[in-house]
Design a protein. Structure first.
Length: 395
């Protein structure tokens, strides 16, 4: 079901970023209703937020209509979460004391759903013991604090007090919404991206993997409430919020990293594309150009194969990116590596494979194979986590 959140905007310059924050929610199909203090309206207009959210925007004038409908109760109790951004020192102090003298503070006093605050203020105001004590009290009462971040402040100084960027507030809200989700209590290991095998200090052997599929799985699992560890080769994409990251470079490092946590893990998604070969000799100095060069290569460890051989209770999901005889190769790998689920894709098909935003996968389990239609890697990721949780449950 579509998630619904209330975005409470209090009066700080960072309120202008709420337009972008609303867009982040709407883009992911989250219904967002904005509630503004009178001073917030000086920094961003209700019309901007109304157009972007496609919902009415409420301010203190709405309190006058409460004779027929207790709006502050509806907003405080009938949505999935409340996000206060920017959260000024003033609104947090009011929330701590239970002051309800406008619509935003009344919503906070009546709140029975999870609440997140994204503070924004001058550094001295942030560090003031009054604010720090208020923040500690809000956290102790179960609120989530998103930031503040360090950086340029509107008052012309550098310091702590900047509101987090809308993308971070959005991602952390998604984690808060999913914290009791279907993956709650599950420890999920995802490995992603390519590995690199050094030839000399400036050259390496690698492959075209972007890491997008693995990162999308890590993000989806975290949003469903899992405790996620991401073992990643070098990737040029942002690491998802709320996951533990173990960065690695070579296939051997990837093996060591996954084995260091393996015992405790419930489900493994091995979406990485480890380099299969490494030079027998690695040069300490840069190799200078000559007419011909032959490199002798030797195979790297099979990370997933090693996990398959050591498997006790773990549910192992492998990936096979193939170009011909796809099903035969995938089934062979599933058997050889002792896997519970295999995600096959034919990378020669448009819309599947490396460095594209979509994927077309066939999911193979002990019960058979099922081809999924073309979807974004995010949709594939969500469905894969859901299916792995279901299959692991059945065992
Ligand atoms: N894999 C791994 N360690 C390797 C190679 C692959 O853990 N050294 C994992 C991949 O992460 C993937 C699965 O094994 O989940 C299949 O990878 P793939 O490259 O398709 O298979 P290979 O075993 O390398 O076989 P081949 O080169 O014959 O395709």
């Amino acid at each position: 079901m579509k998630k619904r959140i209330v975005l409470c905007i209090s009066g700080g310059i960072a309120a202008f970023k709420c337009a972008q924050l609303v867009r982040c929610f709407v883009k992911e199909d989250i219904d967002v209703t904005c509630v503004m203090t009178e001073s917030a309206k000086q920094f961003v207009t209700p019309m901007t937020l109304g157009i972007l959210s496609k919902n009415p925007v409420y301010d203190d004038a709405a309190l006058k209509d409460e004779i027929t409908r207790p709006l502050h109760i509806v907003l405080a109790q009938q949505y999935d979460a409340i996000v206060v951004a920017p959260a000024t020192g003033n609104i947090m102090a009011k929330a701590v004391c239970g002051i309800a003298d406008d619509l935003v503070s009344s919503v906070l006093l009546a709140a029975s759903v999870p609440v997140a605050f994204a503070p924004a203020m001058n550094e001295v105001m942030w560090k003031n013991p009054a604010t720090q004590e208020n923040v500690a009290k809000l956290i102790a009462r179960g609120a989530t604090m998103i930031g503040p971040a360090d950086g340029d402040l509107a008052c012309g100084v550098m310091g702590t007090g900047r509101m987090c960027e809308p993308e971070e507030i959005f991602e952390r809200t998604m984690l808060m919404l999913g914290k009791d989700g279907p993956a709650k209590g599950k420890k999920i290991l995802v490995s992603a991206g390519p590995t690199r095998e050094a030839i000399d200090p400036v050259r390496f052997i690698s492959n075209r993997s972007s890491g997008k599929m693995g990162y999308a799985i890590a993000r989806a699992a975290a949003r469903m409430g899992a405790d996620v560890t991401l073992v990643t080769g070098p990737c040029a994409i942002d690491v998802p919020y709320g996951v533990k990251v173990l960065p690695v470079e070579s296939t051997t490092q990837m093996l060591d990293a996954v084995l260091s946590v393996y015992e405790d893990i419930d489900i493994v998604f091995k979406a990485a594309a480890p380099a299969d070969y490494t030079p027998v000799e690695t040069y300490d100095q840069k190799l200078h150009k000559k007419d011909d060069l032959s490199l002798e290569l030797t195979s790297t460890p099979d990370v997933l194969g090693t996990m398959g051989a050591k498997k006790t209770h773990q549910f192992l999901v492998g990936f096979a990116a193939e170009t011909y005889d796809c099903m035969e190769h995938a089934l062979g790998k599933m058997e050889r590596k002792n896997l519970d689920m295999m995600v096959l894709n034919d990378v020669t098909r448009p819309g599947a494979g490396f460095d594209v935003a979509t994927n077309i996968v066939t999911v193979i389990t002990s019960e058979g194979a099922c081809e999924w239609p073309m979807m974004s890697k995010e949709e594939v990721a969500e469905k894969l986590v859901t299916q792995a949780l279901d299959e692991a449950q059945k065992r």
